[in-house]
Design a protein around this ligand. Sequence first.
Ligand code: HEM
Length: 143
Amino acid sequence: MTPDEARHVTVSFGRVFPFRKKLTTVFYQTLFELAPEARPLFPDDLTGQKDKLANTLNLVVTNLTKLDTILRAVSTLGQRHAGYGATPGHYEVVGVALITALKKVTPAGLTPAEESAWVTAYNLISDAMIKAAAQMPPESKTA
Ligand code: HEM
């Protein structure tokens, strides 16, 4: 992640931040349209989940310049996600839902450079989560 990419993510996140509640709503709508089979993995009431998503985005965006630290922390997050039933295919759909929601909800949308910086950041994090899940011993893969 280059300093320019980090700046694009931070600046566009600043634009969407006042609308983060709408962002999380559009994110889950898009996710479950694209992957209805993922709906039962989540609790019926998504209120807590939406707050967690907004907090996680905030945490990631404010630590983009310390990506090494985030990537270590997301290993354990990835291992917990194996227990939630998240598959590599789900990560791809979650990435699409995130970018779609950002483009819809961010005032003025995302510039091509901003979109590409978000894709880079999401791929770095999701790859680290997927790798960490794959390295778990098979018997510990159920939650
Ligand atoms: C970069 C990608 C992702 C990030 C940063 C992320 C982040 C989080 C966080 C912070 C939590 C709160 C619980 C915890 O810390 O363990 C959570 C819960 C959860 N995530 Fe993710 N997640 C990602 C991708 C996915 C994917 C691909 C799926 C699969 C559909 C998924 C499904 C879930 C489920 C089912 C829960 C638990 C819901 C519950 O029972 O409360 N996540 N996620």
